[in-house]
Design a protein around this ligand. Sequence first.
Ligand SMILES: [Fe+2]
Ligand SMILES: [Fe+2]
Length: 474
Amino acid sequence: MSTIDLQALIPNNVDLADNRQLQRALEKWQPAFLNWWNEMGPSDFKANDVYLRTAVGVDASGWASYGYTPMPEYRWGIFLADREENRKIGFGDFMGQDVWQDVPGEYRSTFRRLIVTQGDTEPASVEQQRLLGHTAPSLYDLRNLFQVNVEEGRHLWAMVYLLHAHFGRDGREEAEELLERHSGDVNKPRILGTFNEPMDNWLSFFMFTYFTDRDGKFQLKSFAESAFDPLARTTRFMLTEEAHHMFVGETGVGRVIRRTLEVMKELDTDDVATLRKAGVIDLPTVQRYMNYWFSDSLDLFGSESSSNAANYFSNGIKGRPDEARFADHVESGTEMTIQVPDGQGGLRSETVSVRNGLNEVTRLEYVKDCNIGVTRWNMAIKRAGIDFELKLPSTRFRREVGMWAGVPTTPEGTPISQAEFDARKAQWLPSEADQAFVKSLMQRVTEPGKMAAWIAPPDRGINAQPVEYEYVKL
Ligand SMILES: [Fe+2]
Ligand SMILES: [Fe+2]
């Protein structure tokens, strides 16, 4: 097993000290990263001790060490999952051949673009969330936000390492640009739309970590299959960190729901105005936020039928998430059916090759994964004896990318006219009034163990600490 050099300026398990040129280049990028963190990372809280976990090893058990650290002193480093001896390419046209330790020249620009796009999302989310610390509903939540933020920072390091180590001068330039684009910047926005959306409330933060970080999980899972072994090893380790982000999302939304259910029972009502007056988020509003963030995240998988997706798969660049679970790893000449708009207000089936349809395959796996949490939330609602069911909208709803882009549909996926969509929009997506209400609840709570009135406490604390633990020393 590899060991992490924790004493190095840049903690790493890639023997950075043996490659002076690469080490120097990354040590030059490091102050630029810290500058970015100070300017664009969490606003304030720089001097505060935060109870954070830091990677100290890459094996599945016990890689994390917990302790108080001010965020700017977090040990961001370069950690790859251990190398698997004799690893073979597991899919596509090169199936069964040795994996690559270097990028083949003909796929260089493709890999570079994919790594840059993935890398761009990591600091983007930190930028989107930079003001949330001021309205954290508890110290426990504040700590979780900061944990997610420092880890997204580390994910940027992960991608920058690949750019520096394998893409020469182009890679170094891309690494600099990753710090120059900013979320929501009119002149230099982040690459993907979702990562330019402002985030001014914690309900959106929980939805984002549940739905959008989960898109990240699926992208990473696809990269974890890559024939380019350093990319596969990097993303495998990132996945272990990513799991916490989705935990924050699932339990966050779950706690919002639990608190609402308590008040619904207490007041014996499902009247939205009454519940809002009591300071909790009514379930239809939770549903609308879910519709928004879920549909937004669906677009990140790309078009239903895509020759790029086919090329990535054929050439071993990106596999399917958990490729081993699929029966056929080559998909030569196999076909699948997708639903497309018929142009007359209805839908029709179209047959595409599986290779062309891989974005859709991955998207559907993602939807299944999203439904696991929704089922748990619904169980809590049912247990409380409340007659309400949360439901993910159709993958056709509110799409801006792919076959369904700009085709108005109901949440069930039935095509409708634009006029009908506009008329009913406020039932389906957060209205201005919903947003103003949710925002009005965002008040900072700083006493250890105390929660804002709109959210229930977590079942347990972090790393076996009590919920009342002082997770951030203010
Ligand atoms: Fe990430
Ligand atoms: Fe994440």
